[in-house]
Design a protein around this ligand. Sequence first.
Ligand code: HEM
Length: 380
Amino acid sequence: MTSNQPLLDNKPFSLSGDRFSWYAKMRRESPVFYDVTQSAWMVFRYQDVKRILSDWQTFSSKMPHPPEQIDFTQNLNRTDPPQHRTLRTLVAKVFTQGRAESLAPRLRAITQELLDRVQAQGRMDFIHDFCVPFPLIVIAEILGIPIEERDNFKRWSDGSIAGDLSAQRALGDYFRDLLQQRRGQPGTDLISDLLAVHEAGEILTAQELVDMCILLLVAGNETTRNLLANAIVCFYEYPDVFERLKQEPTLLPLAIEEVLRYHSPFQYLRRFTKVETQLGEQTIPAGQQIFAYLGSANRDETQFERADKFTIDRDPNEHVAFGNGIHFCLGAPLARLEAAIGLQTVMERFPNLRVDPNATLEIIGGNGLHGLKALPVLFG
Ligand code: HEM
């Protein structure tokens, strides 16, 4: 494979090429489409997706039939106002941009440590060796998970994301214990702050606290992992951009926004209609499931010039990769900082980093996530 061969959009690496040409066809021909097999409406155009995310009165985030489980039923991203407003106000008071920014030196140190481990090999699986552990260590530090408990924590976290009920139960019990300990002996971690936070007489209930911890853990892992790895894929696909970034690292934040748009870590979000509504030419009854395709909205040519090109000159870049409206990603400042520091450090230490030409790249499927299973890279 030559270095300027597109990775994700062309065969033999047709990991998502079909996905993006399918979106383009749907935007043109069936922008609001009822998929019988999934009993869901699929929505592809930027303006429609944005409206769905901003109109929570019509498009609810609450599941009409939530799964039967003890924990993770009161989580922020599956609530509507007024419950959402209360939860979000409380958490936003402690999970602030300033808190994320204060972590910068730690983010740099964690990145260096992870790169130290692979330096001598001259190669690594960028996902397994860097993108997976990095956000997990960061969130464990933010939550104040003791080092000796990190292995269990990782196992339960992976299991929970994969839908393993016993891992979910273990994770819930773990946070219940930790919350109890911090209640007696507060520290400087986010869990202690969540226990103390209150606003106009409102506090988080015991169950809301557990669910919030689980959400903070799961919401940022696979997403940040995909952002980091998809960035390397974009830079490899566009080597001129990679060279420019090495010369002008101050452009990295713009490049990260473009990765978010071009290869959005989440491809779609789910909503449920509360009332009958009109979307494009379709009338959608109440009680229907909607998939709002962020990945397609972010490639909509009516919103983005040359939408199928990765270019770091877009400014503003009003992508919807972090959502829009009341549920806009609470972790966006942290994710952006992790990506900026992580990628800059990788570029400084391994300027010669390139995707292994013998690698077979496989896309991960399901749940709307968009990324690769593994990303073998060489840097020697
Ligand atoms: C590149 C990384 C990330 C991406 C692409 C991403 C994407 C998103 C999106 C699209 C939503 C909106 C969900 C909806 O409207 O239904 C969201 C919500 C959320 N994200 Fe992120 N996220 C990322 C990283 C993080 C991180 C690092 C954290 C925290 C550690 C986090 C915490 C949250 C929370 C708590 C919500 C729920 C907000 C609410 O419902 O009010 N995210 N994220």
